[in-house]
Design a protein around this ligand. Structure first.
Ligand code: ZN
Length: 311
């Protein structure tokens, strides 16, 4: 890794953010309630995170990027969560988010659903992440707990991570039921931030449940094609798409705008306790969909190993 760039984000009060998100979600959902609450204990089901909350020195890390996948796959792009935690000046951070596995560890492609506490001087890492891959035999999705098979803290190609000390504290609780507009849950919130804050960059991370309904999810096929992708469309066509059912636990990171760091504006991966998991696109059952999420604004954003900055 080289040349990590950093940016101080605009951090509105939680009360102000709650109002902005409430107004934005109202454009796309019939029943919306956004409040400032004490973060529920995320060590409990259905989250079962290795930490209680998402508070304490909150920051976002945008690592690598889709340019590491197309046009040419960069198998050499392997990152270690413990190294990333140091790179963003928060050793021992709890990180949640969306990324890809390191091909060299798993031997196939897979979506990584991050929920991992990096190591400290005194304690080893606690890896609660999941991976979702395609079974080449029947084309079905296979969801596995990362630590049941693999001992490292590696990922590959790209990841969008929200990092904190994993402490309890105040967060924004977002409830949104019955979608009436064209923007999905994450898109509604991100656009609300973009429209309200304009040139100021605001970044949020957190976790949300899809409590009822179904969502469109993709998982990367198990092997990359023999040739480079001709276009982004070719890459999107190559992905395998599923309709997955609630309850889904989604790890989400989004920023209001890209201030010129080649950022991914939103990225959400989900896991479940019934075998479903992958990259969340949007819900496909607007009449019955129910979301419940917990989010916190980040103070800093780190652009780690930005593609095109290779040395
Ligand atoms: Zn993804």
């Amino acid at each position: 890794m080289s040349g990590t760039e950093s940016l101080t984000l605009h951090v509105p009060s939680l009360e102000e953010l709650a109002e902005v998100l409430q107004n934005g979600l109202k454009k796309n959902f019939e029943d919306v309630k956004v409040l400032v609450v004490e973060c529920p204990d995320l060590t409990c089901q259905p989250f079962a995170f290795p930490v209680k909350g998402i508070c304490g020195k909150p920051r976002i890390a945008d690592v690598g990027g889709e340019k590491n996948i197309f046009p040419a796959v960069r198998f050499d792009k392997v990152y270690d969560i413990n190294t990333v935690a140091k790179e963003i000046q928060l050793p021992g951070a709890y990180m949640l988010g969306a990324g890809a596995v390191a091909y060299r560890t798993i031997g196939v492609n897979a979506e990584l659903i991050h929920s991992i506490k990096a190591e400290t001087e005194h304690e080893p890492a606690v890896n609660g992440s999941y991976l979702a891959r395609v079974n080449p035999t029947d084309g079905e999705c296979v969801l596995e707990k990362y630590s049941e098979k693999y001992k490292d803290c590696d990922f590959g190609l790209t990841a969008n991570l929200y990092a904190s000390e994993g402490q309890s504290g105040k967060v924004i609780e977002v409830k949104a039921n019955k979608r009436t507009g064209g923007d999905d849950f994450v898109g509604s919130m991100r656009k609300a931030l973009e429209q309200h804050y304009g040139e100021k960059t605001v970044g949020l991370g957190g976790t949300f449940l899809i409590q009822e309904g179904k969502a469109k999810i993709h998982v990367m096929p198990h092997k990359f094609p023999p040739c480079n992708f001709e276009s982004e469309e070719a890459f999107n066509h190559w992905l395998k798409y599923y309709e997955m059912s609630a309850p889904l636990i989604c790890q989400s990171v989004f920023v209001s705008r890209d201030p010129g760091l080649d950022l991914r504006l939103e990225h959400t991966h989900c896991f479940s306790h019934h075998g479903d998991g992958g990259h969340y696109h949007y819900d496909i059952t607007p009449d019955t969909i129910q979301y419940l999420g917990y989010f916190h604004p980040a103070e800093l954003l780190f652009r780690v190993d930005r593609p095109g900055n290779y040395k």
